[in-house]
Design a protein around this ligand. Sequence first.
Ligand code: ACO
Length: 332
Amino acid sequence: MTHIQAGIWGIGAAIPERILTNQELETMVETSDAWIRSRTGIQERRIAAREHAASDLALEAAERALEDAAVSAGELDMIIVATITPDMAFPATACIVQDRLGASKASAFDLSAGCSGFVYALDVGANLVATGRARILVIGVDLLSRVTDYSDRSTCVLFGDGAAAAVLGPVGEGYGVVAAELGADGSGGDFLKLPAGGSRRPASHDTVKAGEHYLHMAGNEVFKFAVRIMGDSTTRVLKKAGLSPEAIRWFVPHQANIRIINASAQRLGIPDEKLYVNVQRYGNTSAASIGLALAELSDAGHLSEGDYVLIVGFGAGLTWGSMVIRWGRGES
Ligand code: ACO
């Protein structure tokens, strides 16, 4: 079978209008703007309107990505939605998006890999493009505000809502996904979880009373894991790609915490001008985070044909994923 190289044809993002500032959080929990800025780098985050769910933001991002790629919904062969906050347990949010886009030819499914979801979905999608499934829409979307306990200061300052989408298709030799590295360590699953609402702890009066429908996190453990894995995984993926850190034009790590971002950039020796940071404006948008950063870079005209982009994410699972992409379509 001939190998088909897969790359990103178009990208788009969607963020809610409502801004939740550190000052507003100061009125909700015992915290301060100074603490949040110094410990996380976050200044504000976006919160989805009450009437909106994951599919609403996903649809908006998808329409932008399709336009950017000059692909119509009817041409899509598959839709993959990476999310841990789907509209509901089933049907899959990908199926809701498929219907609303009118992507009648596309198969559709959701993928759960926490904040690594966008990288996971890109890798799955790219591998399917390589086997001949021509056009795949990948979406990373999360509304973590829906599962955040706004009386818990150790989590509620961190998260925001957003969506990002990419259209994948065949690209020229040497372009698109150059190398990827995905991994999981399920033994750390307890460090970041939503305990109730699944088959182990179905939602009940008791689970709601105990706050088990909220995200629970051992922040310190996740922090240590993140710093270690982002350095290890990016080192491995660069080796696979046969590239040195100097060859990278943009390093786009998952936007969870500025201290984690800076530690991973330092480990690779990536200078500030090659590091993309928007965590101050959006907080941690989970599966949307990396795509949202790529969409901003693309909209600002900062991604040129042939640029090497290094992305890396970590999240619930625990999971991680990194990828080197050579931007542009080349001659496909
Ligand atoms: N305001 C003021 N004080 C706070 C706040 C707050 N918002 N939150 C915690 N504190 C306090 C703690 O109670 C603690 O006080 P104590 O010493 O009296 O007990 C003190 O600050 C220090 O707490 P630490 O947890 O040690 O603070 P740390 O510097 O580690 O920062 C943080 C905590 C920001 C949560 C950090 O651990 C972190 O970023 N972890 C990674 C989280 C992450 O990225 N998760 C996303 C995973 S992605 C996904 O799949 C969803």
